[in-house]
Design a protein around this ligand. Structure first.
Ligand code: SP5
Ligand code: ZN
Length: 321
């Protein structure tokens, strides 16, 4: 497995999000990536730093040009963190800082390079340590700590060469990824997440959202009860989700990976103990045997992050313990 990271994520420096009108410390911190890197190095994985910025043309196939332009201009104009009401945001969880645009582009570039490596056919899996995360970013909108949809960028790129399936196991429904591919039958989107009735993103992630037009049947949501999900019930649902992915017979697989299902996540939590990520990863690796991009999404327990990543990687790679 090849691991990709960029140091440009450090340019994205929000201190607060607004929660019910109250400024609350921003949980999507740079230390998250440091912790995953530590786990990768501990396991002796090949880690590569990516320094270039992506081709905007590919990003414009996923996002509207006007939205990308807005992000760029706004970040160039501000001198401090700001959540500015606009048509390009509909929550209070995507603050802009002067470096946010550059960080978001560098994050997306990790997804682009992951796609290149998969197409070159040398790696079974590439793990892109994306920060900021991406799955809440829609074509024309930021939100939920996300600005550019990294998973959608790699899926879009791979879709030119074959059938793609995205499995999203972040705690939150990936409303952005769903929206971007909702009308399409060449990119399947499957998500396992907490029931959005009471959890962000509230307005999407329900079972009746199955796609539109020729995309009908190519979007599948598996919401789970927030309070009563256990590792066992989670794995049962994951198995069903993986079955949907297998039936699609993808040529390429994209895993949107969030560690916010961890039982002690500060903003989310879905009952998964740290060692549970070994079971989750083992089940995924055992079910899907095509070139895979693992795209980092959320997860906010920085203290346990290294252990969560280590457990996931051990399970995925079939390492013992
Ligand atoms: C990528 C990802 O996981 N995004 C998650 C965005 C969810 N943010 C909204 C939840 C805000 C909760 N703030 C916690 C404050 C508790 N006092
Ligand atoms: Zn999340």
């Amino acid at each position: 497995m090849l691991v990709l990271f960029s140091n440009k994520h450090r340019l994205h420096t929000p201190k607060f999000e607004y929660y019910d009108g109250v400024p609350t410390p921003y949980p999507e911190k740079p230390e998250r990536i440091d912790a995953i890197l530590a786990a990768c190095r501990k396991l002796g994985l090949e880690v590569t730093e990516i320094t270039e910025q992506p081709d905007l043309e590919l990003l414009k196939e996923v996002h509207t040009p006007r939205y990308l332009e807005y992000l760029k201009n706004k970040c160039a104009e501000i001198t401090d963190e700001q959540i500015m009401p606009s048509i390009y945001i509909h929550d209070t969880y995507a603050p802009l800082t002067p470096g946010t645009y550059d960080a978001a582009l560098a994050s997306a570039q990790l997804a682009v390079v992951a796609g290149d490596k998969m197409l070159a056919g040398q790696e079974r899996a590439v793990y892109a340590l994306c920060r900021p995360p991406g799955h809440h970013a829609e074509q024309d909108e930021m939100g939920g700590y996300c600005y550019v949809n990294n998973a959608a960028v790699v899926a879009e790129k791979l879709s030119k060469k074959g059938k793609v399936a995205i499995l999203d196991i972040d705690f939150h429904h990936g409303n952005g990824t769903q929206e971007i591919f909702y009308d399409r039958d060449d990119v399947l989107y499957v998500s396992v997440h907490a029931d959005p009735t009471t959890m962000f993103p509230y307005q999407s992630g329900f079972v009746d959202e199955t796609g539109r037009g020729k995309g009908k049947g190519f979007n599948r949501n598996f919401p789970l009860p927030h309070k009563t999900t256990t590792l066992e019930s989670y794995l049962e649902t994951l198995k069903q989700a993986l079955m949907v992915v297998s039936v699609h017979q993808p040529d390429y697989f994209v895993l949107s990976l969030g560690f916010d299902t961890f039982k002690d996540d500060p903003i989310a939590a879905l009952g998964i103990p740290a060692e549970g990520y070994q079971d989750i990863a083992r089940m995924i690796a055992g079910a899907i045997n095509v070139p895979t991009a693992i795209i980092q999404e959320g997860g906010y327990n920085v203290e346990h992050f290294e252990s969560l990543a280590e457990n996931f990687l051990k399970g995925y790679l079939g390492l013992s313990g």
